[in-house]
Design a protein around this ligand. Structure first.
Ligand code: NAD
Ligand code: UD2
Length: 314
């Protein structure tokens, strides 16, 4: 793999971004992190000391972006208002961050000679299309402001790639899980919530009948996908699904987490979540064919490692 000598990670103090920063530093890359700490935490970067340049600031600040992208070959754009619910409650704010912020990141990158921008998109762009698995060529059907904003970001990336020759790659993450995922909001990732419940010996709430399914990918595999997207020539200008191609139903997930936690607690069934997608699973053929990517961490192993982290034993 071609070496990246200097990269910017926006949202690098967040869940996925901080794992990406770890991997880049381990590869000998100089890393600048730009994060406003709105949902990220400085503690996620503990232990990296002066091996990174941490800049607390906002991706909407054009002057600051000009400063931090200088000299970077690659920008990994992870910063976003991530909560779908927050985007529903305040579409204008999430639009400013997710759309205007993304355009500012792309624009600063092209003006300052960055080679490639790798952007975090989402499987949310597919909406509730019942055809499975989801392939990149399906027509998008966003159902929330968040999904519209991620899709708009993809369109901007494609236009910057075509108009200005700035190489861009968009990664449609499916459901990502792993250590450092913040369980503190009711809209946090389901695995982070189920793990904290099981560890405390409490029942989880399953929304609906629990028959809904998701494609959960371990965060370290998402990091590998980002590194390939940044370095493989064939990735430029493209959009890829980042998932595992497998799925699990939510009620089975609770059972599995219970088994791994040595607790057997019946879940509480609540009303279905408004707008909840029934089934989601990725087709990762494009990523496999063009970038040689296949996920390495099986769900069970990823859950074991994540559980150890939530219990403070890893
Ligand atoms: P996260 O909330 O842990 O990380 C987002 C980071 O962006 C945080 O550190 C936050 O402080 C920072 N940020 C937010 N607004 C900012 C701003 N205006 N300026 C600078 N920094 C800002 O969430 P995550 O799960 O790590 O998400 C990373 C990316 O992956 C996001 O773009 C998200 O939309 C995307 N994504 C995540 C998932 C998932 O399952 N976690 C699924 C699909 C897509
Ligand atoms: C994820 C992403 C979202 C977006 C979307 C794409 C997270 C946190 N959200 O939303 O950003 O990219 O995928 O479609 O990663 N559930 C329960 N009990 C709980 C919590 C959740 O039953 O306590 C169910 C929930 O109703 C859903 C499933 O678990 O059916 C997954 O929920 P989620 O919030 O982890 O993720 P999702 O797929 O809604």
């Amino acid at each position: 793999m071609e070496k990246i000598s200097h990269a910017l990670v926006t949202g690098g103090a967040g869940f996925i971004g901080s794992h990406l920063v770890d991997a880049l530093v381990a590869n000998g890359c100089r890393v600048t992190v730009l994060d406003d700490l709105s949902t990220g935490h400085r503690r996620n970067l503990d232990g990296l000391g002066d091996r990174i340049d941490f800049v607390e600031g906002d991706i909407r600040d054009a002057d600051l972006l000009d400063r931090v992208v200088k000299g970077c070959q690659v920008v990994f754009h992870q910063a976003a208002v991530v909560s779908v619910t927050q985007s529903v409650q305040d579409p204008a704010h999430s639009c400013e961050v997710n759309d205007l912020g993304t355009v500012r990141v792309l624009d600063a990158s092209r003006r300052n000679g960055v080679g490639r921008v790798v952007m975090a998109s989402s499987s949310a762009v597919y909406g509730d299309d019942p055809r499975l698995p989801k392939t990149e060529d399906m027509a998008p059907g966003p159902l929330s402001p968040y999904a519209v904003q991620k899709l708009t970001g993809e369109y901007y990336a494609s236009v910057f790639n075509g108009l200005y020759g700035l190489e861009t790659v968009c990664l449609r993450y499916f459901n990502v899980f792993g250590p450092r995922q913040d369980p503190s909001s009711p809209y946090s990732g389901v695995i982070s919530i189920f793990m904290t419940r099981a560890s405390a010996g409490q029942a989880a709430t399953i929304y609906g009948d629990g028959g809904q399914s998701r494609d959960f990918i371990y965060v370290k595999d998402v990091v590998r996908a980002n590194l390939l997207a940044a370095t493989e020539a064939a990735a430029a200008g493209r959009v890829f699904n980042v998932g595992t191609g497998s799925f699990i139903r939510i009620r089975e997930l609770w059972k599995l987490i219970g088994e791994l936690s040595n607790v057997k607690i019946d879940p509480v069934f609540g009303a279905p979540r408004l707008g909840d997608i029934r089934a989601s699973v990725s087709d990762i053929g494009e990523m496999e064919r063009l970038l040689g990517f296949s996920p390495q961490v099986k769900l069970r192993q990823g859950l074991v490692d994540t559980l150890a982290w939530y219990r403070g034993t890893s």
